[in-house]
Design a binder for this molecule. Structure first.
Ligand code: MLT
Length: 407
């Protein structure tokens, strides 16, 4: 008799963004004349930078000719892309990361979800609340939690991110093995200082823990004092893995390209307490379960680092930041408390009530889609998230409708 993995039965009915998408589709079906403005899921709306599409086209042309055609590529990614990443995203900022520590993949969602496979099932997990649901759900699926009771899974160490701590959680009282951090934060848009990040790195060292640092939104940082990578902090190479993506800086949400950094000093412990390197284990997993990102997509990603690509991606992000600033300004004028909107594409707003009710009210009265904070965890109740990923005109229109409804 084939038995299912019962841990899947502990999951909430559907993935947050699938749930929202269904609600929006139902609303649109019932109100075909209403024009919906999506400020919900953090999906980009502007076209790929021209430098990327030109490189993409040229690589497709190479694939059309026997002499330049490529079959399977290296699972870890082509050297041309790994070298461009190491040099531009790390070495140029004083972070000591080499090309062979970069693993190119088809998404930070997959990588942040898959990484937990390397660790024992009794690993104690600490994650922020509110949190990007993938970190939590993949640990539930693996069986690292108990049941879902009163809005939380048993066995998880929740790091409350609240107004009181400015949405940057403090160190836990119970000692974890694996710590998920994400800055600029999804969903709150909060940022972390180098000193705060240093505290986490030292804590991980002292407690033989590992930090999984999701930096998918680093390109939105404009404040030069803020760290863009955890490797800008001393000692992080031994205790941190970092996740990055081309989705938000270069519009690759539909194109798919990301990468994970596993420094060669990064270790976890075996059953005897002996240090084991993580790099060869992740490499082994990657080679067994993944066959690499397509050649044209990697050429398109490489173009992000060309002279033209740097200008175009900077402008792309600047456009979304302009939207974020407009949302923040209008929300402030309306007298709502919020965080984010600078150095981040997300604005986390105190809803003055139930977050799903606020979501429904906003959709029904304005046709604007937000993300209810409760979908990100218990501490998200009472909040909603607005995303800056849309055209400036649509954001202006959305804020006009919101102002008319909320004043
Ligand atoms: C979000 O809206 O939180 C993001 O789009 C999620 C993701 O990047 O997968």
């Amino acid at each position: 008799m084939i038995k299912i993995n019962e841990h899947y039965l502990k999951l909430q009915a559907s993935y947050l963004f699938s749930n929202i998408a269904k609600k929006v589709t139902d609303f649109q079906t019932a109100n075909p004349d209403k024009e919906i403005i999506r400020l919900g899921i953090g999906d980009v709306t502007h076209a790929l930078p021209q430098a990327c599409t030109e490189a993409f086209h040229a690589a497709v042309d190479e694939m059309a000719v026997d002499s330049s055609f490529r079959g399977y590529g290296p699972e870890q990614g082509y050297d041309f892309l790994r070298e461009a990443i190491a040099e531009n995203d790390f070495q140029s900022r004083g972070a000591d990361i080499s090309a062979d520590e970069i693993f190119v993949s088809d998404g930070a969602k997959c990588d942040t979800g898959n990484i937990q496979e390397l660790f024992t099932l009794d690993a104690k997990i600490a994650l922020p609340d509110p949190v990007y649901p993938v970190y939590l759900d993949t640990n539930v699926m693996a069986g690292r939690t108990g049941d879902f009771c009163d809005g939380r899974y048993e066995g998880i160490i929740y790091l409350n991110s609240t107004k009181e701590n400015n949405f940057v959680p403090g160190l836990p009282t119970e000692t974890p093995d694996l710590i998920y951090l994400c800055f600029p934060n999804n969903p709150t848009g909060s940022t972390i200082t180098k000193a705060e990040l240093q505290t986490w790195v030292e804590y991980a060292k002292e407690n033989k823990a590992l930090i999984l640092f999701d930096a998918a939104y680093e390109s939105f940082i404009r404040d030069e004092a803020l760290p863009r990578s955890i490797y800008e902090v001393d000692g992080a190479r031994e205790v941190a893995i970092e996740f990055r993506s081309f989705s938000k800086n270069a519009g690759f949400t539909g194109t798919r390209c990301a990468y994970t950094v596993v420094p060669k000093e990064c270790t976890a412990f075996d059953a005897k307490g002996v240090k084991q390197l993580i790099h060869p284990l992740w490499n082994r997993r990657h080679c067994t379960k993944f066959n690499g990102v397509s050649y044209p997509v990697q050429r398109a990603a490489e173009a992000v680092y060309s002279e033209a690509g740097k200008i175009q991606t900077t402008n792309l992000v600047a456009g979304y930041l302009k939207n974020a600033a407009l949302i923040a300004k209008e929300i402030n004028t309306l007298g709502y408390d919020f965080v984010g909107g600078a150095n981040s594409p997300y604005i986390w707003i105190e809803a003055k009530g139930d977050s799903w009710e606020f979501f429904d009210m906003l959709l029904n009265k304005t046709g604007v889609v937000c993300t209810p904070g409760a979908g990100f965890g218990k501490c998200g109740e009472g909040y909603i998230r607005l995303s800056a990923f849309n055209s400036y005109e649509n954001v202006e229109q959305a804020m006009l409708r919101i102002k008319e409804t909320l004043v």
